[in-house]
Design a protein around this ligand. Structure first.
Ligand SMILES: Cc1cc2nc3c(=O)[nH]c(=O)nc-3n(C[C@H](O)[C@H](O)[C@H](O)COP(=O)(O)O)c2cc1C
Length: 239
């Protein structure tokens, strides 16, 4: 199997974090947050630790769960852009004050179809992130959302720009190679392939993800039971 250093599989420095390793270079492959419904009582448990440990690899950024609270607030106030701006500003400023902007990343999904100027809010947030010096911006484009180029956001943000939403190995390589993104995050592929960066490196086949077990309340099934390459059960992902 080919083991080339593709744009996706080269080292990267994100702020103070050096996403590289002496021998193995996975630096631009990121785990998207996929933990919804797997933390019972909203507390991290041993099976969550196992899930992240399985996916840990040298230089690979693992993004854990995003907050449901902010999503609910924004939905409830969809018609009120001022409220959303104020809320976002307060959250970003408070988190930056608490942990330091050099450790702050924000996930945005610029797909609001209720908004006559859907770029305005993400650009407002990005300007704020620039002002505080945020580490990364993680942009999600849902596959069934409005097709939209992230280029205006990519150009506006001064930190590390991570893209997400339906990427495979080749598309991730292209996004990084074209300068469309610094890093690419993988959700479903990384869920079903705990050793995804290594499979990318070796250009190996991938396990299918099982949509039927995405949201089951089981600490193992469809969560920590996907096989590694060494276990030899890889198959091609259906498209
Ligand atoms: C089962 C499942 C759980 C998810 N959990 C979360 C979550 O907790 N927080 C979040 O922000 N996004 C969550 N997402 C969205 C993913 O992070 C990602 O944006 C989406 O799967 C698209 O990326 P992909 O095409 O690489 O899978 C989840 C998606 C799935 C399928």
């Amino acid at each position: 199997m080919a083991m080339e250093a593709t744009p996706l599989l080269t080292p990267y420095t994100m702020g103070e974090f050096n996403l590289a390793h002496r021998s193995v270079k996975y630096g631009k492959v990121v785990l998207a947050p996929m933990t919804r419904c797997r933390s019972y009582g909203n507390m991290a448990e041993l099976h969550n630790v196992l899930y992240y440990a399985q996916r840990a690899a040298p230089g690979v950024v693992l993004i854990a769960e995003a907050s449901a609270v902010s999503a609910m607030f924004i939905e409830d106030n969809a018609a009120n852009m001022d409220n959303i701006r104020r809320f976002t500003t307060e959250v970003i400023t408070a988190v930056a004050d608490e942990v330091g902007a050099h450790r702050l990343g924000v996930r945005l999904s610029p797909v609001a179809d209720y908004d006559s100027d859907p770029e305005a809010l993400p650009l407002h947030v990005i300007r704020l992130m620039n002002d505080v010096g945020a580490l990364y911006c993680h942009m999600v484009v849902p596959r069934n959302g409005i097709p939209r180029s992230l280029l205006p956001f990519r150009k506006a943000f001064k930190g590390t720009f991570i893209v997400n939403g339906g990427y495979n190995r080749e598309e991730g390589d292209k996004a990084v190679g074209d300068g469309y993104a610094d890093l690419v995050s993988y959700g479903r592929l990384f869920l079903a392939n705990p050793d995804l960066p290594e499979r990318f490196r070796k250009n190996e086949g991938l396990n299918n993800y099982d949509t039927g077990t995405f949201y089951t309340s089981d600490p193992v099934v469809g969560y920590t039971d996907y096989p590694f390459l060494a276990q030899g059960q890889e198959t091609q992902v259906a498209t």
